[in-house]
Structure formats: structure tokens, C-alpha cells
Write a protein that binds this ligand. Structure first.
Ligand SMILES: *Cc1c(COP(=O)(O)O)cnc(C)c1O
Length: 197
């Protein structure tokens, strides 16, 4: 199954690629790119400024980096705490479309709102008018497709119940499961290498 489909958005997780490789992917028709680190995003955006790229931020965002990147991106996939929302509210010059990251595999090292806190978080976030929550995002569990599928199924159900249209889930190893559970945005890194080698 291909991860390039008309009915969903493939965000290239471009942390693995330099701007020359990204240019090649762009020539293959991919124009959504997601970076994990603020410095990399700024550097690559500058190197690729002649292209019509839609920029996503998919990594953990430190509050001290918000000022540098928040007005440089089109989508944030990793809104995961109120403190971050405070900084976005302070520095954003326009409304930022955000996915709320949910930790559905309950791994401690992972960012994301835990399920019992989600409804309260979605209520609290409404008071920040620079933030528009458009969907939910989650990351599967490494080497555990069963837990990953349970997480994707849950994200789909949660998005439906909160009437959020978009679901960012699925990476190189689990995107087929994500598609099965109605992902709207895949975040694909390593597999994109196949397209340009
Ligand atoms: C790196 C990364 C991906 C993509 O990883 P692959 O397994 O290489 O497809 C997706 N989401 C996030 C948040 C990432 O950091």
C-alpha cells in the first residue's frame, strides 16, 4: 500500500533529510514537510524558500523556541501543555492550526496529554484565541503493533466524539494501521527515502 493517496495528507518527517533530498521529494509531488527541531526548520525553510512548501512542526516544542518558529509554520502537531499555549498566545501573529498530542500508549518518556486529562485540556485551550485546535495527534508504540492499533482506534473515536476533523497518526512502520483507522495526516520519514533512491 502506498502512503501517497489523494484522500489524505502525507507530511514528510524531514528530520532525516537535507534540503537537497527534500527538493527531490518535492519534485515527486510531496509538499508538506514536518520538522522536529526549531533550528532545522528555520535553516531548511530558508534553503527552500523558492518552493511552495507547507510547513508543519512535529517535534516536542520547547517554550523558548516558540518565538522563533511560531510564525514560520502552518501547522503544529504537538500542542501538549497549557504552558506552551501561553507562549503561542503571546507570540503568534495569526491563528495557528494545532493538533493536540495525546499519549495513548502511556509510555512515560512520551509527550502528550493523557486520556483522563484530555477533555479538561480541550476546554481550557478554548480561551487562547491564537490557537485553533483542528485535530488530535498520537504516536504508536515501538515494536508493538497491537498497542499501536489500539491507540489509533482510540484517537479516531476521540476525534469523532470531540468533533475534530483531523487525525495525525501513522509513521513508516505503522501507516497502514493508521489509514485503516481513518488518519487524515500521516507523518512519514524513513520510507520516503525509497522515493528518491
Ligand atoms: C521521525 C518522526 C516521524 C516519522 O518517522 P519514521 O518512522 O521514519 O516514518 C513521525 N512523527 C514524528 C513525531 C517523528 O519524530
Amino acid at each position: 500500500m502506498t502512503f501517497i493517496r489523494k484522500d489524505l495528507t502525507t507530511v514528510v518527517a524531514s528530520k532525516y533529510f537535507d534540503s537537497i533530498q527534500m527538493r527531490k521529494l518535492y519534485d515527486k509531488g510531496l509538499f508538506h514537510f514536518g520538522e522536529n527541531r526549531a533550528q532545522d526548520l528555520l535553516k531548511k525553510k530558508d534553503e527552500l524558500k523558492d518552493l511552495k512548501i507547507i510547513w508543519h512542526f512535529i517535534g516536542h516544542l520547547q517554550t523558548n523556541k516558540v518565538k522563533d518558529i511560531i510564525n514560520e509554520i502552518d501547522y503544529l502537531h504537538t500542542l501538549d501543555r497549557i504552558n506552551l499555549a501561553e507562549f503561542i498566545q503571546k507570540y503568534a501573529k495569526k491563528t495557528i492550526e494545532c493538533f493536540v498530542q495525546v499519549n495513548l500508549t502511556e509510555e512515560n518518556q512520551k509527550s502528550g496529554i493523557l486520556l483522563p486529562n484530555l477533555s479538561q485540556f480541550l476546554l481550557e485551550i478554548k480561551k487562547y484565541d491564537k490557537i485553533k485546535v483542528i485535530g488530535l495527534m498520537t504516536i504508536g508504540k515501538d515494536d508493538d503493533l497491537e498497542a499501536t492499533e489500539a491507540a489509533f482506534r482510540m484517537l479516531d473515536a476521540l476525534a469523532l466524539s470531540y468533533q475534530l476533523p483531523y487525525k495525525s497518526m501513522g509513521m513508516s512502520n505503522d501507516y497502514e494501521l493508521a489509514i485503516k483507522h481513518h488518519a487524515t495526516h500521516l507523518r512519514i520519514g524513513r520510507k520516503c527515502l525509497d522515493l528518491i533512491t
